[in-house]
Design a protein around this ligand. Structure first.
Ligand SMILES: [Fe+2]
Ligand SMILES: [Fe+2]
Length: 194
């Protein structure tokens, strides 16, 4: 189960695929950002031995996804360049508390929710895509992001008792759904539809 508080509107995927160039460029940036977030945690918590190997592996996988996206863009003659990101991740992570270890717990849970939303949306894109190559690509990514969701959740469980993790995850999931419903749609993977 993906722990999301609200499902994406089914109309989102056809709308996103209708702006495929924008969606693919944004997606490439999201994979790069996912790798960057994992690497930042390696810098922020060098003393926490339990997170180093799993996050290093996760960052490598996100960079492989990034390279796959670059290849996809090149095949389609689309340029990767500067890009204005969706406010989704930034607004989601505003709810992270300042004091440790709550801060790290919240970071893990926010990352778990971002992975869950990516996974859900890759599933919708895989179903809606008419191009079988693109559909297969989204299906493979979906498996990886589901695994990443599990990695972040198990890291969260290593920090706090089960009931505390579950309660905080529910709160952040509600917040995630509200942020998503509010985010403007402009071909972003993690935006609402308006
Ligand atoms: Fe990824
Ligand atoms: Fe991921």
């Amino acid at each position: 189960m993906l722990a999301l508080a609200a499902a994406t509107d089914p109309a989102w995927a056809p709308r996103a695929l209708g702006r495929l160039g924008e969606l693919l460029v944004d997606h490439a940036h999201c994979e790069k950002k996912a790798a960057g977030t994992a690497v930042q945690l390696l810098f922020r918590y060098p003393q926490r031995a339990a997170l180093l190997a799993p996050l290093s592996k996760l960052a490598r996988e996100e960079l492989v996804h990034f390279e796959q996206m670059l290849a996809l863009l090149a095949e389609r003659g689309l340029a990767f360049g500067r890009h204005r990101p969706s406010p989704y991740a930034g607004r989601l992570r505003e709810r992270e508390r300042n004091r440790e270890p709550e801060r790290l717990l919240d970071t893990f849970l926010c990352c778990a929710l971002i992975e869950a939303r990516s996974c859900e949306r890759f599933g919708l894109l895989a179903e809606a895509a008419e191009d079988p190559t693109l559909a297969g690509f989204y299906r493979r990514l979906l498996d990886a992001e589901a695994r990443h969701h599990g990695v972040y959740l198990s890291l969260a469980h290593s920090l706090a008792p089960e009931a505390e993790v579950a309660a905080r995850l529910r709160e952040l999931a509600e917040h995630e759904a509200a942020v998503l419903a509010d985010a403007r749609f402009s071909g972003h993977l993690h935006s609402g539809m308006h």
